[in-house]
Design a protein around this ligand. Structure first.
Ligand code: EPU
Length: 414
């Protein structure tokens, strides 16, 4: 199995390009299920999760060609089932539920089950689909949903779930009448999806706020659209500059959607500015510790909590990290402690007492963002860090070791 070996202590310098957003690309690619004709999507990242969603769409009958620019045709869907094998490798497969019922009148999607960061139920997705008139049955570990035509209505989501909002927004596009979706997630990825759906002929307003109005239409057509840059990848590279005391330029994205992370990084003493063609992120010798609390957008993203915690391990003082989105997203703590970090956890709070230096150690990745945090820790540590189970990182960071090497890091995959 692959490992990533990092020899820490190098200040990062140079320029790095941010790829398309994984969490925007996944629902955008799925939205093609609602259309006829060839869709063209640009800025698709080269990631294992993208390969998984392509396999799922192909298993439903979609034709797919291309890479960074991907073309999808869903004219001849022949299957309405997302199998356990696919869903268990990627929970975002649940995104096909709404579009399949809306387009085909039925869907059978394996229940995702728990994962490393929490139980992650999908009850809000199924309840909302039921409100649109779908008959839902849970059988043999599968969600079965049927409806001859969904009917628009007012739906209050019990919590602002990201993929839940996307799932129901897609389904409601082909429903009869108007859907008012309340307490929706406001993440930029939802706005990207809404723009793509509108390009397909959908009538959506309010995406990016907590109420989305969708006026159903009879059919949607193919579109040409571009996926937004990955704000989590951009945040990860900014932290990489901070933790190594480096000076890097991040291109392919701007500061839009990054307010929460940029504010916190500036509070640590980092200098983050807009420069010609990108963002400049400069680290400070002495890192000020800051507290962070994860929240739905525009709050601090849970997907950067682990990376920020790695940064805080070398802060000058105490940092309280509070995770409010997932109940088990501290799996990186024990690995960071193997590298000399001083962290104590009580419930959903971790208190990080900064140490002067981390020491390299063999560590194990437990999920995607935890892997990124351990790589960041390895970049700052004295000596060699050996990260195993690197398949997690390949789900969400395109060629991370190549990008970091190009910034001067001593990192390789073996
Ligand atoms: N929840 C429920 N019931 C539901 C849906 C969600 O209780 O029906 C709970 C979850 O268990 C969690 C909270 O609500 O405690 C928020 O979960 P949400 O549904 O918003 O998360 P998600 O849609 O499954 C997306 C991203 C995650 C990201 C979260 C939060 C995608 C494909 N995934 O997941 O990304 O952490 O939103 O921002 O968009 C990652 O990229 O590493 C990742 C995990």
């Amino acid at each position: 199995m692959d490992k990533i070996i990092i020899c820490g202590g190098k200040k990062l310098e140079g320029e790095v390009f941010i790829s398309g957003s994984k969490n925007a690309a996944l629902p955008v690619l799925v939205s093609s299920l609602l259309t006829t004709g060839w869709n063209t999507f640009h800025n698709i990242p080269d990631l294992v999760d993208i390969k998984t969603i392509k396999r799922l769409l192909e298993s439903l009958g979609a034709e797919i060609e291309g890479g960074e620019t991907l073309r999808i045709n869903a004219d001849k869907l022949r299957n309405c089932e997302a199998s356990y094998d696919l869903v268990k490798t990627m929970r975002a497969s649940i995104l096909v539920l709404g579009p399949l019922v809306a387009r085909m009148g039925m869907a059978r999607v394996s229940l995702p089950g728990g994962c490393a960061i929490g139980a992650r139920p999908v009850n809000v997705h199924t309840k909302a689909l039921e409100a649109l008139g779908a008959r839902i049955k849970l059988e043999d570990g599968y969600i079965e949903a049927k409806a001859s035509r969904l009917k628009g209505t007012t739906i209050y989501l019990d919590l602002p779930t990201v993929t839940g909002t996307e799932n129901i927004m897609m389904a409601a596009c082909l429903a009869k009448g108007t859907t008012l979706l309340k307490n929706t997630a406001k993440e930029p990825e939802i706005m990207n999806l809404a723009d793509v759906l509108c390009g397909m002929g959908a009538k959506i307003s309010g995406a990016g706020t907590d109420t989305i109005r969708i006026d159903g239409v009879d059919s949607l057509h193919a579109v040409e659209a571009t996926v937004i840059p990955d704000r989590i990848e951009a945040g990860t590279f900014m932290i990489a500059a901070g933790i190594t005391g480096g000076d890097i330029k991040i291109t392919g994205c701007d500061l839009c959607y990054l307010d929460a992370i940029v504010t916190k990084l500036r509070n640590t003493g980092m200098d983050i500015s807009i420069v010609d063609g990108g963002i400049r992120a400069v680290g400070e010798e002495k890192v000020k510790s800051v507290d962070i609390k994860t929240l739905p957008y525009p709050g601090f993203p849970t997907d950067l909590q682990a990376q920020m915690m790695a940064f805080m391990t070398v802060g000058n003082g105490l940092s309280v990290v509070t995770e409010t989105i997932f109940e088990n997203r501290f799996m990186h703590v024990s690995e960071l402690m193997r590298m000399g970090a001083d962290i104590s956890v009580a419930g959903n709070r971790a208190v990080v007492k900064g140490v002067p230096r981390l020491r390299g150690a063999p560590v194990m990745a437990t999920d995607l963002r935890a892997s990124a945090s351990l790589i960041l820790a390895g970049l700052a540590a004295e000596g060699v860090t050996e990260l195993s189970r690197v398949y997690h990182i390949d789900r969400g960071y395109q060629k991370i070791e190549e990008k970091l090497s190009s910034l001067g890091a001593d990192i390789k995959r073996v």
